[in-house]
Design a protein around this ligand. Sequence first.
Ligand code: GLY
Length: 355
Amino acid sequence: MQELNTKETSVALADDLANDLALLLEPYKREKIFVLTDDNTFKMCFPLIQQVPGISFDRCIIIGAGDAHKDIAALTKVLEALVVGGATRHSLLVNLGGGMPCDLGGFAAATFKRGIAFINIPTTLLAQVDASVGGKTGINFMGFKNEIGSFMQARQVLVDTSLLKTLDSENLISGFAEMIKHAYLKGTEMLERTLRFDILNPDMKELAALVAESIKIKDEYVTADPFEKNIRKALNLGHTIGHAFESFALKKNRPVFHGYAVAYGMVAELYLAHLKLQFPMALVEQLSEYVKRVYGSFEYAAADFDYLYETMTHDKKNQAGRINFTLLRNPGEVAINIHCERHEVEEALKYFIGK
Ligand code: GLY
């Protein structure tokens, strides 16, 4: 196991998942240890940690797979399992899976008996570079994503990039969008390295190295501002319009993966950055071409602008009824809280469909 030298979230890269986990669980040997996973990950990944030397799990809590299950009913199920299983304040919850078990399990751990320790073992690319790192926990509520939640850092995040070998291509491409976002926040060199990487035909060793860099970029922002009062908002690049695209797609019964929506959202938001902050148009065009090639197209019409704009008004970054964006002046030069007028947002939405 190799510690990543992150500051706010403790992240380690696994060499041998079961043995590395055995080391992490050593201090909890005499306490109750619970595992939370979803039904897909239970089949695919739980067998890899079931035989942790010297450790027996008290209970494996299994919830339905997919973001639709990141809800209050699943939270109730987890909390009930902790109560019935006799969990105490000293118990540990191990969240095994993608963003959903990490967010939900983190929130259950943050609230159970006012907080118990948890470890995240993210099994998707998206969860490895984003959801499992940084202490955001929560569930969806009344149709709004992550409407209820808390900030609480995992005791440890254990990242095993060898799990990515079995991940399907769409999930890999989806997670890669968050790595592209981190690269824009870091600067030109990281951006060029990331966009050069062939995610459609990935070299897993190079991907593992990029994952480690990407986690460090995220951790720099989280360390600077753990509770998202200011500069952590940078991590929302592409997400204001991306979330609107995601809920629009869901409403039309053709859901898209989160990372795909973020990739489309980044194109529109970089165009906004060009309008507001003179972000170089050549770089907007570069991303637009890249996204079309790797993520395909995303369709909507001018008649959908009302819905898309209305959805953006629910964004957590908004203040005093104004929609605020995270934008860039250049790669690595972030500007947060940039208010954009409706006609500017519409111009960006038009640019995206005109491509
Ligand atoms: N996913 C953005 C953040 O953790 O702040």
